[in-house]
Design a protein around this ligand. Structure first.
Ligand code: NAP
Length: 301
C-alpha cells in the first residue's frame, strides 16, 4: 500500500489524512506526519488517528512514497531544501502551499523530481472539498491518477493546467470564507425579520447546500435556476433587486480577482530570488496553454 507523508500537520494535512483513512484508500499506519517541536498538540491529534508522527521532516521523506508539503508558504523553501538531498525519483512530491509554483519547487529538488501542485479547500474536513491539481513535467504516467484518487476521498477533484491554480485559489480555495459570510448575512436577515438565530443559520446553510446541489445535479446554468424561482411581482425578484442594487455579483467577481492576485504575489514573496522564474519567460511559457477541456471529474464517494 502507498506510504503517505505530511510535512506540516495542520488543518489541511489532518483533513486530507482523515479522508484518506476513512475511504480505506490508505491505512493510518502507512501515514507519517511531522511538525515542529512546538506543535506537540497537533501531533497528538494525528496519533489519535493512528498516524505515525515525528519532528524530523527527513524521516517523513525517507518513509513515504508520496510526500505532501503542507506548511505555510514562507516555510516551503526551507522544508523542500531539508529533504532535497535524499529525495528520490521514485517518490512523488505534492505541494498544497498557496502560490508556490511547480517550477519553484522543482528548482529546490533534484532535477527530474516529480512534483504535483494542489489547491484544496477546507470543506475537505467534512468530505466535501473541492481540489484542483496540476502535474509537473517530470511526473510519470499514473501520477495524476493516484493524486485524483487520493483527493477524491475528500470531495471533488479535478486536474487543471497550472495557470488555473491562482484563479482556483481565488475561487474555491478562498470561496468557503465568502460563503460563510453569505450564510452569516442571510442568517442576520432572518434574525432581523424575527427568526431565532440558530434556526436562521440552519436555514441559510441548507439553502446554500441545496442551491449548490441543484447546480451540480441538474446541470442547468445558475441563471436559469435563478430565474425559475422568480415569479412576476413575487417576493424573490424584490430580494434579487436589492442584491443587484448592492452589486453582489460584481463583489464576488472582485473577491475572486483579489484573492487570485494575492495567491500569485504570495508565491513570489516566499521563495529565494534565484528560484523565481523570469516574468517574461514565465508569461511566454504560460500564454500558449489552452484550457484542458477534458479534465477529469470525480465526485466523492
Ligand atoms: N487552510 C486552507 O483553507 C488552505 C486551503 C488551501 C491550501 N492551503 C495551504 O495549505 C498549507 C497548510 O495550511 P494549513 O491551513 O493546514 O496551515 P496550518 O494549520 O498552519 O498548518 C501548517 C503546519 O505546518 C507547521 N510547520 C511550520 N514549519 C514547519 C516545518 N519547518 N516543518 C514541519 N512543519 C512545519 C506549522 O507549525 P507552526 O504552527 O508551529 O508554525 C503548522 O502546524 C498552506 O501552505 C496553505 O497555503 C490551506
Amino acid at each position: 500500500m502507498t506510504r503517505i507523508g505530511f510535512i506540516g500537520s495542520g488543518k489541511m494535512a489532518q483533513a486530507l489524512a482523515r479522508g484518506f483513512i476513512a475511504s480505506g484508500r490508505v491505512e493510518a499506519s502507512n501515514i507519517i506526519a511531522s511538525s515542529p517541536k512546538s506543535d506537540v498538540a497537533l501531533l497528538e491529534q494525528a496519533k489519535i488517528l493512528g498516524i505515525n508522527t515525528t519532528h524530523e521532516n527527513t524521516e517523513v521523506s525517507h518513509n513515504s512514497d508520496i510526500v505532501f508539503i503542507a506548511v505555510k508558504p514562507p516555510h516551503v523553501s526551507k522544508v523542500a531544501s531539508e529533504i532535497a538531498s535524499s529525495f528520490r525519483r521514485d517518490q512523488l512530491l505534492v505541494s498544497i502551499a498557496l502560490g508556490i509554483t511547480i517550477r519553484n519547487i522543482e528548482a529546490l529538488l533534484p532535477s527530474k523530481s516529480r512534483v504535483v501542485r494542489v489547491m484544496p479547500n477546507t470543506p475537505a474536513v467534512v468530505g466535501a472539498g473541492a481540489s484542483a491539481y496540476s502535474v509537473g513535467s517530470a511526473c510519470l504516467d499514473g501520477d495524476s491518477r493516484v493524486v485524483q484518487e487520493l483527493l477524491s476521498t475528500v470531495g471533488y477533484a479535478v486536474e487543471v493546467p497550472e495557470v488555473y491554480i491562482d484563479p482556483v485559489t481565488g475561487l474555491s480555495g478562498s470561496g468557503p470564507s465568502y460563503m460563510f459570510a453569505a450564510i452569516e448575512g442571510l442568517a442576520d436577515g432572518g434574525v432581523k425579520m424575527g427568526l431565532p438565530r440558530d434556526l436562521s443559520i440552519k436555514l441559510a446553510a441548507h439553502t446554500l447546500l441545496g442551491a449548490a446541489k441543484m447546480v451540480l445535479e441538474t446541470g442547468e446554468h445558475p441563471a436559469v435556476l435563478k430565474e425559475e424561482v422568480q415569479s412576476p411581482a413575487g417576493s424573490t425578484i424584490y430580494g434579487i433587486h436589492e442584491l443587484e442594487r448592492g452589486g453582489m455579483r460584481g463583489l464576488l467577481i472582485n473577491a475572486v480577482e483579489a484573492a487570485s492576485n494575492r495567491s500569485k504575489n504570495v508565491g513570489d514573496q516566499n521563495l529565494p530570488r534565484q528560484s523565481i522564474p523570469d516574468e517574461a519567460e514565465e508569461s511566454e511559457k504560460e500564454t500558449p496553454q489552452t484550457p484542458n477541456t477534458t479534465v477529469k471529474r470525480q465526485n466523492k464517494k
